[in-house]
Design a protein around this ligand. Structure first.
Ligand code: SF4
Length: 220
């Protein structure tokens, strides 16, 4: 290995150390190509490049969104998210594709949000490490029934949905939050929450919109 290669390697290691210290994986995302949007006339779609490799963080991101919003292609290591009324594709190389965007100003706003959730996932990754294989499999297999069976089944409508079944389905699709179930926060349903945590794990529970129950002992 030549001196230049060694220098490059050291620089890369130093850059990585700096990012770990600041808990920031992606500092900058640059727009590379802008094309007409296929689905919305007058809108654009674009590709952009993040200044970091995303392969380690993509599985974490997969677990950070409700299953109805995320499609993880394990063979190519890519993730497609249905967010902010558009499709966002993330690739291991750091390439990012975004559809259905009004103009370049809105494109920058979307990229800022993407950078935000990538760095949030990175912070989680540094804290708890990569997701386990079984966690990824569990999310892929999750159905609305897996959520419904732990709800109070009171059909009280306090969540804004007529039935618990309807809320479970919306939560899976990412169109409602688990915390909307008011009854689930009551003391008598504490064991339901415990079972939900055991079955789904803390990542998925958070992705499904469980904000915990405030009590004297903090958030459970
Ligand atoms: S608030 Fe909870 S118990 Fe009431 S209908 Fe909604 S999901 Fe069911």
């Amino acid at each position: 290995m030549g001196e230049i290669d060694i220098f490059r390697k050291l620089m890369k290691a130093e850059e990585r150390r700096r990012r770990v210290e600041r808990r920031v994986l992606v500092e900058h995302i640059e727009i590379k190509e802008v094309l007409p949007c296929i689905t919305t006339p007058g809108y654009i779609r674009f590709t952009a490049q993040a200044d970091a490799d995303l392969r380690e963080i993509i599985p974490v991101l997969f677990l950070s969104f409700p299953p109805g919003k995320a499609v993880y292609n394990e063979a190519e290591g890519s993730l497609t998210l249905r967010l902010y009324n558009r499709l966002i594709s993330l690739f291991p190389s750091g390439k990012i594709g975004v559809t259905n965007t009004r103009d370049l100003k809105e494109a920058e706003e979307v990229l800022s949000k993407i950078r935000g959730f990538i760095n949030e996932a990175y912070s989680t990754y540094l804290r708890v490490g990569p997701p386990r294989r079984e966690d990824i499999e569990a999310v892929k297999k999750l159905s609305w029934m897996d959520i419904y069976r732990h709800l109070p089944k009171a059909n009280c409508g306090e969540c804004g949905h007529k039935t618990c079944q309807a809320l479970a389905l919306k939560v899976l699709l990412g169109e409602a939050r688990l915390s909307q179930c008011v009854k689930l926060k009551e003391e008598k349903y504490r064991s339901n929450v415990k079972r939900l945590k055991e079955t789904l794990g803390p990542f998925l529970l958070k992705a499904l919109g469980w904000e915990g129950v405030r009590s004297g002992r903090g958030i459970a």
